[in-house]
Design a protein around this ligand. Structure first.
Ligand SMILES: Nc1ncnc2c1ncn2[C@@H]1O[C@H](COP(=O)(O)OP(=O)(O)O)[C@@H](O)[C@H]1O
Ligand SMILES: [Mg+2]
Length: 212
């Protein structure tokens, strides 16, 4: 099983949105996908509930209720159940529990918007990931074309690690979430679907290389 941790110290950087859109993208490839949500806001949990309603019993994505105390047991159980991909959403903090999550993860994906406030949190996030020797990369989220700010932030990020892709801002992303869908299920023709595809392919390749 591949375990993907979505983390960043910045609220609103797109962690839950990335979790939704990557989960559905892996599921589209016939991977059995499960979600865990450690953010008390429960954005991903609620999205999964709306998805259950939308698909009325045919939701291909599993949701595993989990606490810090039960994480190790639930993680092991998912692995043994034949689950292929576990995607874990986290709150905008860095705690001791992140060490447990990072040690159990094959890859940490760090979404970041192109603001100074996002950038200011990157060093701390990278320190925490590297301390646990977890592979990681960035997703630059909700950009507005190739502004100077975007280019300079990308320059800084690549000094730290790989940028797996860039997702431009579109209102159709939050619109999809209202229905419990990912963008590419809601509006397959949206240009951002190609951007999510690129992130997925980058991530999938890294995971497969790691397990070899
Ligand atoms: N690429 C994007 N384009 C437009 N809106 C986005 C994009 N990414 C995220 N959002 C919106 O930004 C808000 C914060 O995203 P969210 O994924 O909840 O952040 P986090 O989980 O890091 O707090 C949500 O309303 C979400 O729909
Ligand atoms: Mg969130």
């Amino acid at each position: 099983m591949y375990t993907i941790l979505i983390m960043s110290r910045k609220g609103g950087s797109g962690k839950s949105t990335t979790a939704m859109n990557m989960a559905t993208r892996f599921a589209k490839e016939k991977y059995q996908v499960a979600l865990m949500d450690f953010d008390p806001q429960k954005t991903l949990t609620k999205w999964h509930g709306r998805r259950d309603d939308y698909f009325q019993g045919n939701n291909s994505i599993l949701y595993t209720p989990c606490s810090q105390e039960t994480f190790a047991v639930e993680h092991q159980a998912l692995e043994e159940s034949g689950c292929d991909v576990l995607i874990i959403d986290t709150p905008p903090t860095i705690s001791d529990f992140h060490d447990d999550l990072l040690k159990a993860s094959d890859f940490a994906l760090v979404p970041t918007k192109t603001t100074m406030e996002d950038l200011e949190t990157i060093a701390e996030v990278v320190d925490s990931i590297e301390k646990n020797e977890t592979a990681y990369g960035f997703l630059i989220n909700e950009t507005k074309n190739k502004t100077l700010l975007y280019l300079s932030i990308k320059d800084v990020l690549v000094e730290y690690g790989a940028v797996l892709g860039t997702i431009t801002g579109t209102v159709q992303i939050p619109e999809a979430s209202i229905k419990g869908l990912a963008l590419c299920e809601y509006k397959p023709d949206n240009i951002n679907c190609q951007q999510y595809d690129k992130v997925f392919k980058n991530l999938d390749r890294r995971l497969k290389n790691k397990k070899k």
